[in-house]
Design a protein around this ligand. Structure first.
Ligand code: BES
Ligand code: MN
Ligand code: MN
Length: 457
């Protein structure tokens, strides 16, 4: 019955999602402020049409939060669905095969910024709710909180959660904003890394200099910054910041064996990325390097002349944005402090450095022995024909740790993306099949989580 509803309405679901994807809700770009709000309004209307009791925009200092709920009985369990309607900037736009905000289907994939991360995945929840509501299958209370600032650090969501504990009261959080291993190997994410995002500025002479007249006599901030960054890893691929690994939770051999049981084809991985070899911390597999180990990466570096042709200049300043992915039990603000202290300690006397800490967040590990996890497992089994493999993802959703801390709630990370969906990259896409089966899986989750008395399925 559910499957039939989804199949016969699929074209409409896609058309509506496309309308939403056309709104460029890029939270990082202040010029898009109105568009971000439009995307929030659109979602609110969608919730209302789908059958919620009420839906509203909750204002924050930044972009609004969309909140909606359907309460059917005070003694029934409540699921709080979280997601985000903001998207990453689309640039470099010239590398897109079709415009990022003109969704198109090619090879059974929806191409558009936000198609997978996270509008497409949020929309599955709206449509799963619509199906359950129209078919009279609701067996629990549902709350939806969809924010517009996830891609810029969720600063205002933390405050909203702290101030609205009653409103957000629930039994479990459900999120679709992660990836699964492949269509053949469904998986449930049980771990996310934390994050410390830093910016470094190295300051040399008071102005750009002629690189012939002064070169060799005055420290070049770009050279100095590169040397400093190079020294942040040793020859074993380990981060050299003192104290960086102090709190890292080391896994037992047994736990590591379990993690490495997940299907992983190293050759396919290398081939997909067109790299000759992988590279990371010695002594760990690729799955471990992204799942259970902390890392440090330069996300962007600039300074001096980067325009067309050659301009001989010894730049006055150099900059880098550096992210560190964290694991349990590292603490984001402590790692940011260690980083800052270390950068200042290794800065040579002939330059000045400034270090800024941007957003951060804690790692999270979700329980696999809960009723909600069992329901998610069964849902995957039913729809995908295989029991899902628990995986630890490398990405971050800082709010998951905050939900636990502030609301005491565990999360089930039921994501339907694929690593190859190119989220945050040009040509982001999302499988039509993932979208359709995702809706089915979500409906099946509720069936198992709150069986109720309905046999209309
Ligand atoms: N949905 C991603 C996180 C993600 C992606 C988790 C794939 C697991 C698998 C999320 O939108 C995201 O991009 N988060 C940021 C962190 C945030 C604080 C800006 C990230 O991981 O870089
Ligand atoms: Mn996301
Ligand atoms: Mn993202």
């Amino acid at each position: 019955m559910v499957k039939q509803y989804i199949d016969s309405n699929q074209q409409r679901f896609l058309d509506e999602l496309f309308d939403w994807l056309r709104i460029p809700s890029v939270s990082a770009d202040s010029r898009n402020r109105n568009e971000v709000r439009k995307a929030a309004e659109f979602l609110k209307e969608q919730f209302i049409t789908a059958g919620v009791d009420r839906a509203e925009l909750c204002e924050t200092k930044g972009h609004p939060i969309v909140y909606a709920e359907k309460i059917i009985g005070s003694s029934l369990p409540t699921v709080l669905v979280y997601g985000h309607y903001d998207v990453q900037p689309a640039d470099p736009v010239e590398l897109w095969a079709s415009p990022p905000f003109e969704p198109t289907i090619r090879n059974e994939n929806i191409y558009a910024r936000g198609s997978c991360d996270d509008k497409g995945q949020v929309y599955m929840h709206v449509k799963a709710f619509e199906a359950m509501s129209k078919l009279n299958l609701l067996t629990c209370n549902m709350k939806f909180m969809v924010e517009g600032e996830e891609e810029v650090g969720s600063d205002n969501l933390g405050k909203f959660v702290k101030e609205n504990k009653d409103k957000l009261r629930a039994d479990i959080i459900l999120i679709s904003d992660t990836a699964m291993i492949s269509l053949e190997h469904p998986s449930i994410t049980v771990g996310l890394r934390g994050l410390s995002y830093m910016e470094v500025e190295v300051i040399g002479p008071n102005r750009d200099l002629h690189s012939g007249v002064y070169g060799g006599a005055v420290a070049n901030p770009v050279n100095v910054l590169c040397q400093m960054i190079a020294s942040l890893h040793d020859e074993h691929g380990r981060v050299t910041i003192p104290g960086f690994y102090d709190k890292v939770a080391e896994l037992t051999q047994e736990e590591r064996r379990a993690i490495n049981k997940a299907p992983f084809d190293l050759d396919a991985y290398k081939n997909d990325l067109k790299i000759a070899d992988v590279k990371g911390e010695d002594g760990f597999t690729t799955i471990e390097r992204t799942g259970i180990r902390p890392t440090l990466d330069v996300n962007g570096i600039w300074g001096g002349y980067t325009g067309e042709g050659a301009k001989t200049v010894l730049p006055s300043k150099a900059h880098a944005k550096i992210s560190m992915r964290l694991v349990p039990n590292q603490v984001s603000h402590e790692i940011s402090e260690l980083f800052t202290r270390h950068i200042k300690a290794i800065a040579p006397p002939y330059v000045a450095v400034n270090v800024i800490a941007h957003h951060g967040g804690e790692a999270a590990v979700t329980p696999t022995d809960s009723k909600a996890f069992a329901a998610a497992s069964k849902a995957f089994e039913e729809v995908w024909g295989k029991s899902p493999i628990p995986t630890r993802d490398g990405g971050s959703i800082p709010i998951v740790a905050l939900f636990k801390k502030e609301l005491g709630l565990d999360t089930v990370l039921m994501g339907f993306g694929l690593d190859s969906d190119a989220i945050h990259s040009p040509n982001e896409h999302y499988g039509v099949k993932n979208f359709r089966l995702g809706i089915e899986t979500i409906v099946a989750f509720y069936k198992h989580f709150a069986p109720g008395s309905s046999n209309a399925r």
